[in-house]
Design a protein around this ligand. Structure first.
Ligand SMILES: [Zn+2]
Length: 119
């Protein structure tokens, strides 16, 4: 599809900004304009908007499948960071108090700062 870019000669009849096409790769549908308030949309629909939920870093506490040292596996903890399908192991073979404390610190670190700072 082709987006219609009004020429200067059309200015008399078109009072809004020219239609832009969707910012998502491979999608060139026009983006609907909302008059007046808020940021202008850059995607044609929520389906084209990148899913923030899947790009957010998450802290995970995980039990290994097998114990490394004879402790019950459910008492051995791995702390991981996950973004989507990518995982980085922060620490292995922790007891629960250490794993829990580390996970809390990481979670706090990853929290968006409250009170005005933008990320
Ligand atoms: Zn789109």
């Amino acid at each position: 599809m082709t987006a219609t870019i009004p020429s200067r000669d059309d200015d008399a009849t078109i009072t809004t900004e020219p239609a832009t096409s969707c910012a998502a790769p491979g999608c060139d549908r026009p983006v609907p304009r909302h008059a007046g308030r808020g940021r202008p949309a850059i995607y044609c629909s929520p389906a084209c908007r990148p899913a923030r939920r899947h790009t957010r870093l998450a802290v995970e506490l995980h039990n290994p499948d097998t114990s490394p040292d004879g402790r019950p596996a459910e008492r051995v903890w791995t702390v991981r960071l996950r973004r989507g399908t990518r995982v980085v192991v922060i620490a292995n073979d922790l007891g629960w108090p250490s794993a829990n404390a580390l996970a809390r610190e990481l979670t706090d670190l990853l929290q968006p700062a409250k009170g005005g700072a933008t990320d």
